[in-house]
Design a protein around this ligand. Structure first.
Ligand code: FEO
Length: 171
């Protein structure tokens, strides 16, 4: 059973996760336009992961006998001044998602909703990985600087990422 307040916050986070997918596809489009298909592919995989995150919220709300509420989100940013700026933008977005998940966990604790806390725990851990992934690529891009060959090597490396559906959250 979900309180109206918790249900609203879960729906808002479901929106954030699906928006993340939309944003990362927009960033993938930027990398395609920059002739960096490997980095674009990394972003597409990231978008697929975000779709599964949104679906986890959908499933939890439905399983908890709540009501899903799909909301509009703003247009994502489509253009970036450089690859580094695009990843910095992505990290900033992940920082926002982390803060949002933490607020949601605080609310679940406040309401003593144990099922929601266990469900959200997966996302707390996931966010550590999400921020680490973006941060590592940012550090690599900072080292690469204006080295075109370095950027092409990174494009090859990131192009190897494949989509692996995350394990089901314990609900
Ligand atoms: Fe699902 Fe990248 O947060």
């Amino acid at each position: 059973m979900l309180s109206a307040k918790l249900q609203d916050a879960l729906n808002e986070q479901m929106k954030n996760e699906f928006f993340s997918a939309y944003l990362y596809m927009a960033i993938a489009g930027y990398f395609e336009s920059e002739d960096l298909p490997g980095i674009a592919s990394w972003m597409r995989v990231q978008a697929l992961e975000e779709m599964t995150h949104g679906e986890k919220f959908f499933n939890f709300i439905a399983d908890a006998a709540g009501r899903t509420d799909f909301r509009a989100f703003p247009a994502p940013q489509n253009s970036y001044e450089a690859p580094l700026a695009a990843f910095r933008y992505g990290l900033k977005h992940e920082n926002f998602v982390t803060a949002s998940i933490n607020n949601l966990m605080d609310l679940a604790k406040e309401e003593k909703n144990h099922a929601a806390q266990i469900f959200l725990q997966w996302f707390v851990t996931e966010q550590v990985e999400e921020e680490a992934n973006f941060s590592l690529i940012i550090r690599k891009l900072e080292r690469i600087g204006s080295d075109g060959n370095g950027l092409l090597r990174l494009d090859e490396e990131l192009g190897l990422r494949i989509f692996v559906p995350p394990a089901a959250a314990p609900v």
